[in-house]
Ligand binder design. Structure first.
Ligand code: ADP
Ligand code: MG
Length: 293
């Protein structure tokens, strides 16, 4: 297809990139020209600029620049292996834990450079929480799963404050009614969907600003999935959410913005309905029409 080495992209595929970013003075330069659609937003919660990720010699994320809008759900879609999880893990420095993984570029949460020298990753990962594909409750009681974070971060002064945080978090995760009479039972004894909501409650308990979710429903049945999707929609009132999903239906149900990745490149970002109905880039179109992936 005549792709230049290294980018995986044919420059002829690029359409005029929206210049909101330039107008707002947020970014300029060739990196912004690579992504079709609207990578930048007004008053974003997070700003990512020229992010690259390497696993040893492998260049897994290539010059990605994108804003993450406040109190919105951004979904990240694309074929398997295109870098969605890798990019998501950049957002709370989870890649730091992977041997041989190197991240360059800038990522800010509001004005804080999250890769700054002075940043302590423990509180950072509370501020930017994460929910994984497979529910992973601690081998502890339902109560302790949720209480653990507030305890280690010193968010409660006494037992009754701790109980209040646990109850509020479980309510916000839509789980309170189902577990209020079994708080002392093991979290691992809940159903898969309940476990995932428990993990969401655990993330919420430390009052994050952003919640990252990596295919949070892929191990769940359709009913449990629908509950999590409803929950995501409620949570965006308080939190900013980034969700990786392999389901285009899910992306269109839960997200306001969608980002399409291909071979480590961010091909296109825009309002979800536009990305799915009038994609600007041929690669996005190929993917959403099922010609690829
Ligand atoms: N820990 C790792 N070590 C080496 N390569 C990795 C690692 N994690 C992911 N990769 C590679 O990076 C690329 C992107 O992977 P990933 O972010 O998991 O994609 P996705 O989530 O879109 O399926 C793939 O080529 C994958 O093989
Ligand atoms: Mg993945």
């Amino acid at each position: 297809m005549g792709m230049p080495a290294g980018t995986g992209l044919d420059p002829d595929d690029d359409v005029a990139v929206v210049d909101q970013g330039f107008r707002a003075g947020m970014s300029s330069g060739p990196e912004a020209r690579k992504t079709a659609g609207e990578p930048f937003t007004e008053n974003p919660r997070m700003k990512c600029r020229k992010v690259n990720v390497f696993y040893g010699d492998k260049h897994a994320i290539i010059d990605v620049s994108i804003d993450i809008g406040r109190n919105q759900v951004l979904s990240m879609i694309g074929p398997s292996g295109c870098g969605k999880s890798t990019f998501l893990r950049c957002l709370n420095r989870m890649n730091d834990t992977i041997e041989g993984c190197r991240v360059t570029g800038t990522i800010k949460l509001d004005e804080m450079d999250i890769y700054g020298r002075e940043v302590d990753v423990v509180p950072l990962r509370a501020q930017i929480g994460m929910v994984f594909q497979k529910p992973n409750p601690f081998p502890k009681s339902v109560f302790d799963n949720v209480a653990y974070g507030p305890k280690i971060h010193g968010l409660a002064r006494n037992r009754s404050e701790l109980e209040e945080i646990v109850e509020t978090s479980l309510r916000r995760a839509g789980l309170w009614k189902e577990v209020k009479d079994r708080l002392s039972q093991p979290g691992t004894g809940l159903s898969g969907g309940q476990q995932q909501r428990l993990c969401i409650a655990r993330a919420i308990a430390v009052t994050p600003e952003v919640i990252l979710m990596d295919e949070p429903c892929s191990a769940l049945d359709p009913i449990a999935t629908a509950k999590i999707e409803d929950l995501i929609d409620e949570l965006r009132e308080r939190f900013t959410i980034v969700i990786v999903t392999h389901s285009m239906q899910q992306a269109s149900r839960v997200s306001q913005r969608t980002a399409y990745f291909h071979l480590g490149n961010l091909i296109e970002v825009g309002p979800t309905e536009f990305v799915f109905t009038t994609p600007r880039h041929r690669l996005t179109e190929d993917y959403i029409t099922g010609r690829f992936g």
